[in-house]
Design a protein around this ligand. Structure first.
Ligand SMILES: [Zn+2]
Length: 542
């Protein structure tokens, strides 16, 4: 261990501050220190704090830090402020509040404003949290500014997330719930002496009742300015029961778990019966960020990685999906097989709502989506005549039978652009082409999986008949929601049964799809392109 790392381990605040600055600036020497220290991380409780501006988050963080210090525990605070890039410097962490803790070596505060730096804000924040963890802090608190995509992403770095609300926000609870209800592990109603606290609590409970089953996050009332409720909050956050129920260990970089099987589907799968989440991987790829962190754990005795296609909270529309990042991130975990779950409309009378179809063909009706890893001086044409892995499709068919789900093997999945559904004329056109089901996402996944030499199969879950059907308009929202819920239940059963049945080794040709596909003279491939695609093409380059 070099001298710098050693001094950080020994509690030298100046060495820690220098490393924090280096990490924010993505200085290779500081990143090297972080790599050296990484084995010492993993002991801190890493807490994310988010909520709308004006909820008193900074004051709450200060109050928590004070209470933790009173209990003799050390604290690192990372204040994330994406807006301060406008002022060219940090305005949050090193401000007046620091004076309060100035003389206390048990507290370390650092602000972050590194959006646009390589790896992005979430990566720099994750690194900073890991640094403070490795430096021996008992608690690392990540404070974000508001509620937006960045905040949700940064909250993903934490083991658990506190969502701070204040009374009197009314419709705000409704407006923000889609994004944050799913990430909240603890709710805080701050400024709870103000009128409307009861109502806010009722609104939170109402919003929660619409979400997943299982234990509901605790709701803690605080008045951060005078410390009311803070010990209760610390107790809730430190509770091993809460942490065990919500927090697989987050990680990034090279040391995460490997998984040969992946499931792409809804976020509800994380809580599927029999799945034990063990690690949440924050993945970055040369093509950008995947839809969400990958959750890796055990199912039916096998290691399985889950990816929520649209991100937790369903934030990303089909047209906005970064398919390359999603498939690349899975490949980087060692994934060889993807079972992809997809809600679809039926284009044939025989495929009834609640039936599953395992398509063997796709037709592309999307526009302008990037659906190849190749280009930039490296040309490859993979065979795609049979886009679905036959071995995987067989296993899924058996799994449907075992799970008691009516399933048809074979059929064509029409992939439309969306997000609006088809017109009746389009729907009838696709029927005249003999298409079986219609969805918005799976064709690009299948193509990229083939290029990445990953086996791919779609489990198309019929929620309703598309608009061509005379019953279409008679179906109520309640029916559709009921079908979605039932399909999700069935999907969990099918996935578990399929994972259990998968032979250890692949007997298909998917694993060598690129063997004769690369056309470009190897000597002429630009070095940057070769490096970018090394994970995918490396074995074909000497
Ligand atoms: Zn295969």
């Amino acid at each position: 261990m070099n001298d710098w790392s050693r001094r950080i381990r020994e509690g030298d605040a100046r060495a820690l501050a220098r490393a924090a600055t280096g990490i924010e600036n993505r200085d290779p020497r500081a990143l090297e220190v972080l790599r050296e220290l990484q084995p010492h991380a993993g002991h801190a409780v890493v807490v994310g704090i988010t909520g709308p501006p004006g909820a008193g988050k900074s004051t709450l963080v200060d109050a928590m830090a004070r209470e933790l210090r009173r209990q003799g525990r050390t604290v690192g605070i990372v204040a994330v402020d994406p807006t301060s890039r406008r002022t060219g410097g940090a305005i949050l962490g090193d401000r007046i509040r620091m004076l309060d803790h100035h003389a206390d070596p048990g507290i370390f505060i650092r602000s972050m404003a590194t959006r646009g730096a390589s790896g992005g804000l979430a990566q720099a924040t994750a690194d900073m949290a890991a640094l403070l963890d490795a430096a021996g802090k008992d608690f690392v608190i990540i404070e974000t500014v508001g509620v937006g995509q960045d905040e949700v992403e940064i909250a993903g770095v934490a083991q658990l997330t506190i969502v701070v609300l204040v009374p009197g926000m009314g419709d705000d609870v409704q407006a923000i719930k889609a994004g944050i209800m799913e990430i909240a592990d603890v709710f805080v109603i701050n400024k709870s002496d103000q009128p409307g606290a009861d109502r806010t609590e009722r609104e939170i409970q109402a919003a929660l009742s619409l979400s997943q089953d299982g234990p509901k996050p605790p709701i803690v009332r605080t008045i951060a300015t005078d410390g009311t409720g803070i010990p209760e909050l610390i107790q809730a956050v430190g509770s091993p029961r809460l942490r065990a129920s919500v927090s697989p260990r987050h990680s990034q970089g090279a040391h995460h778990m490997q998984s040969r099987i992946a499931i792409i589907g809804g976020s509800g799968l994380y809580s599927m019966p029999g799945f034990e989440a063990q690690e949440e991987v924050v993945a970055e790829t040369p093509f950008g960020s995947p839809s969400d962190n990958l959750v890796v754990g055990k199912l039916a005795g096998r290691t399985v990685a889950f990816l929520a296609r649209h991100g937790r909270g369903h934030r990303i529309s089909p047209s906005e999906l970064n398919f390359r990042a999603n498939i690349y991130a899975l490949k980087s975990l060692g994934v060889e097989r993807i079972i992809s779950l997809s809600a679809v409309g039926s284009l044939k009378e025989e495929h009834k709502p609640l039936d599953f179809v395992i398509p063997d063909q796709f037709v592309d009706r999307t526009r302008g989506r990037v659906s190849t890893f190749f280009g930039e001086g490296l040309v490859a044409h993979v065979g795609f005549s049979d886009p679905v892995c036959p071995q995987l499709a067989d296993v899924v068919r058996q799994a449907c039978a075992a799970a008691g789900v009516t399933a048809t093997k074979g059929g064509s999945y029409l992939c439309m652009e969306g997000p609006a559904f088809s017109t009746r004329a389009e729907s009838n056109l696709y029927r005249s082409w003999g298409m079986d089901v219609i969805g918005m996402t799976n064709l690009q996944e299948a193509k990229l999986a083939r290029e990445a030499e990953i086996c791919y199969v779609t489990v198309a879950m019929v929620t309703d008949y598309d608009c061509w059907h005379p019953d279409h308009d008679a179906v109520t929202v309640t029916d559709i929601v009921a079908n979605l819920v039932k399909n999700a239940e069935n999907a969990c059963k099918v996935v578990a049964a399929a994972v259990e049945r998968l032979p250890e080794e692949r007997s298909c040709k998917c694993g060598s799809a690129l063997a004769h596909a690369i056309i470009t003279d190897r000597k002429l491939v630009p070095e940057a392109t070769r490096r970018k695609l090394d994970l995918i093409v490396g074995k074909y380059f000497p």
